[in-house]
Ligand binder design. Structure first.
Ligand SMILES: *[C@@H]1O[C@H](CO)[C@@H](O)[C@H](O)[C@H]1NC(C)=O
Length: 383
């Protein structure tokens, strides 16, 4: 017990020193560094640049959420989770296989390889993109109805935006478009993401308390073998990586620009759909299988995961027919302080929320946090 207390103390001291250093560097970076150093890896963009991320659309122009009309249970829960997190969604109805007229099927959609529900899921996402285009939104976030996210989502997104601009070398960021509009896709929520195997640049957020340890994740991809070897100090258990993505899977939450919506709709509807929509989107990000490459960026682990209520697996998905007799505990994939797992505390206005792993001592990630006072760590460019 004593030894463990000592280790904890040392870890806290190390973390405090790290936090102090980060703040110091950030302060200096903002206020006092000469212009000649403005391309330095430590060129932090001031928090106030990103203040629109605190707004009711998370700094995007609009937020859609997709759900089957009859899944009122999912609409209730997601609406509440969004409300306590300070944003609002507009619902778009999911698509059923029967709604898809055979004449409207995309080229390449082989129904012996893709289930009708999988093609219907593709259509629902195409409808979301169509809405982005017809409403002329510069950017929009699209969520699936079982999306879940950390209670600190807004702070995470601010650092994600800072990482994105730092990676792209943008010195000037418009307050109106805190993520910029010079990309196609921000794949912030899914079950996997990965960079090109030869990629050398990334943004690292070490000692991130909202990163679940590797053995708790249901995800794949992430840092390349070279990064792992070259930067052992960026422990996989506690570091969040941001990079240009050439692979992704699952579409729990993603943002597109208007340009991205046009590029994706033109590739996956007008041209062809040869795979389930998320795999086909991954091909676009990589420019593989004869696709014209689009510009995708992703964090790892992802910022938006998925939630499953305790009970029968048959309720989880409207795409997969899960076994009605299969039961599971409540699950929130790839996040520590799940908004949905803390929904009762958050609705009650309590200050304290809990990690999913309340029984584990994790030096960089407390079992409980006072979410209003929580300070998300800063990252830096590596290349
Ligand atoms: C990485 O670079 C090598 C050498 O230029 C090239 O042959 C390979 O195709 C590249 N890999 C990817 C995934 O682009």
């Amino acid at each position: 017990m004593i030894a463990r207390g000592k280790i904890l103390q040392m870890a806290i001291a190390a973390f405090a020193a790290y936090a102090f250093f980060t703040l110091l560097v950030r302060f200096i970076g903002d206020e006092a560094w000469p212009n000649s150093l403005s391309h330095s890896p430590r060129n932090f963009i001031h928090d106030s640049t990103f203040e629109h991320i605190q707004n009711r659309t998370l700094g995007f122009e609009h937020i859609y959420a997709i759900s089957m009309k009859e899944r009122t249970d999912k609409r209730d829960f997601l609406t509440l989770a969004a409300t306590v997190s300070g944003f609002k969604v507009e619902w778009l109805d999911g698509v059923r296989p029967d709604d898809l007229h055979p004449k409207a099927m995309p080229d390449g959609a082989d129904t012996s390889l893709m289930k009708p529900t999988v093609i219907a899921c593709w259509r629902a996402h195409m409808n979301a993109l169509l809405n982005v285009i017809t409403n002329d939104y510069s950017t929009a976030l699209v969520l699936e109805d079982d999306a879940d996210w950390d209670v600190s989502l807004k702070s995470q997104l601010r650092e994600f935006a800072r990482g994105l601009h730092t990676l792209k070398g943008n010195d000037h960021v418009s307050k109106e478009a805190p993520y910029g509009t010079d990309w196609d896709l921000l794949w912030i929520g899914g079950c996997a993401s990965g960079p090109n195997a030869n990629e050398t640049s990334f943004y690292a957020i070490p000692m991130d308390p909202t990163v679940p340890r590797v053995h708790h994740r249901s995800t794949w991809g992430g840092p390349t073998d070279e990064w792992r070897e070259k930067y052992p100090e960026l422990a996989e258990d506690s570091t969040r990586f941001i990079y240009r993505a050439e692979m992704g899977c699952c579409m729990f939450g993603y943002a597109v620009t208007n340009r991205g919506a046009r590029n994706i709709l033109s590739a996956l509807s007008v041209d062809r759909l040869d795979k389930p929509v998320d795999n086909a989107l991954g091909d676009l990000c990589a420019g593989s299988y004869g696709r014209r490459q689009i510009e995708c960026w992703a964090p790892f682990p992802n910022l938006i995961g998925t939630h499953r209520r305790a009970g029968s697996a048959s309720r989880d998905s409207d795409i997969e027919k899960n076994n009605i007799a299969e039961f599971h505990e409540e699950q929130a994939w790839n996040m520590v302080y799940s908004t949905r797992r803390n929904i009762q505390q958050l609705i009650a206005g309590e200050d304290t929320v809990y990690s999913q792993w309340k029984d584990e001592d994790v030096p960089w990630s407390s079992k409980e946090i006072r979410h209003k006072e929580f300070i998300y760590p800063g990252g830096y460019l590596v290349n």
